[in-house]
Write a protein that binds this ligand. Structure first.
Ligand SMILES: Nc1nc2c(ncn2[C@@H]2O[C@H](COP(=O)(O)OP(=O)(O)OP(=O)(O)O)[C@@H](O)[C@H]2O)c(=O)[nH]1
Length: 332
């Protein structure tokens, strides 16, 4: 059981980190953990369909979905409104967890939570940043955003260490050490981190919003950067595009993995569900993070509509609807 202060302000934890780093995995861990708290969950998907809300375990009705934009900028007002709604519930939550979209800047979200309007109502407890040990140096053109996500966080969870050799883990440590004067880090597999260091830790301090973001040009080993200006300032949404695919036509799983491999490298993330010819009663979950592809049979569709429903996020223009149709509807 986690103890938290008696003050009436509801603690908030922000889960941040680049696309596919493991935020939903961590969220699920927290929600199934033994904390005894009534938790309100806000899930922000950059795409127009909220896949993450469907991937959150067990408590679907309590997940507030914020889709089609990023809570740090384009749908900031939706975030404010949603938090107000949650706080006005007769059964007030004892904790709020926000899974930010993988393209969001946590400093802007923190500013929303520290806004006067929420004074005495909520207390930003901490910002946790998931870093993918395998993919951290991939997509070098997004390095500034990744650095911002780390710079404004209270703790880095270096996740997916099972996918890399110890030597690569050490490289990430060295890279972080050379860029940040101070940071707190814990290594994890499947975001398995003790609840005690995640919730009610009271680490957030407003001063950290003035944190310096290291030079984005000092990229990691093997990043292959050509050195030109990748700056995207705050308008990061202009540097990502999202494409959606929805279809009720069952698709063959044979050849799907090979077809996904043909997607261009600037497609950073694909996730969602497939209605398959082979097993139409079960939803097939597809997770693509960089070059890594996971296709898994999950639970039966239950009362959900059996359909293929996927979202792809990449550099602007990296993926079209036609491309997604070709890969996911006619993979063979
Ligand atoms: N091997 C391995 N896979 C992991 C680990 N953590 C998460 N994954 C997988 O990585 C994929 C992406 O994880 P998510 O938790 O959905 O990542 P996310 O940060 O929520 O993704 P976005 O919301 O799209 O940004 C899923 O297939 C997870 O099962 C880990 O430590 N090891």
């Amino acid at each position: 059981m986690i103890e938290f202060g008696s003050a009436s302000a509801v603690p908030v934890t922000i889960l941040t980190g680049f696309l596919g780093a493991g935020k939903t995995t961590l969220l699920n861990r927290i929600l199934t953990g033994n904390h005894g708290l009534r938790v309100a969950v806000l899930v922000n998907d950059f795409g127009s369909i909220n896949v993450d809300a469907d991937l959150v375990v067990g408590i679907e009705d309590d997940v507030m979905s914020l889709a089609n934009g990023c809570v740090c900028c384009s749908i900031r007002d939706d975030l404010i409104e949603t938090v107000e709604t949650v706080l006005a519930r007769p059964e007030r939550p004892e904790y709020i967890l926000l899974e930010a979209s993988g393209v969001s800047d946590p400093s802007s979200i923190a500013m929303t939570f520290t806004d006067q309007r929420f004074r005495d109502k909520i207390r930003l407890d901490s910002i946790m940043c998931l870093v993918d040990a395998e993919q951290v140096f991939a997509a070098p053109e997004q390095m500034e955003l990744k650095l911002r996500q780390i710079a404004f966080s209270d703790m880095v969870i270096l996740n997916k260490v099972d996918l890399v050799e110890q030597e690569s883990v050490q490289k990430v440590h060295d890279w972080l050490k050379s860029r940040f004067r101070r940071y707190r880090l814990v290594e994890a597999v499947n975001a398995d981190v003790p609840l005690e260091i995640l919730l009610s830790v009271g680490r957030f301090a407003a001063e950290q919003l003035n944190a310096e973001v290291p030079d984005r040009h000092e990229h990691g080993p093997g990043c292959g950067c050509d050195g030109h200006d990748h700056t995207h300032g705050h308008d990061h949404a202009a540097h990502f595009s999202t494409t959606m695919l929805r279809s009720d036509r069952p698709v063959p799983l044979a050849g799907l993995r090979e077809a996904i491999k043909r997607l261009p490298g600037e497609v950073y993330r694909v996730k969602g569900f497939v209605l398959s010819e082979e097993d139409p009663d079960h939803r097939i979950v597809v997770q693509v993070v960089g070059k890594r592809i996971d296709i898994a049979r999950e639970e039966p569709w239950g009362d959900r509509t059996p359909e293929t429903r996927l979202v792809a996020i990449g550099a602007p223009g990296a993926v079209s609807e036609e491309m997604l149709e070709a890969v996911f509807l006619e993979p063979a």
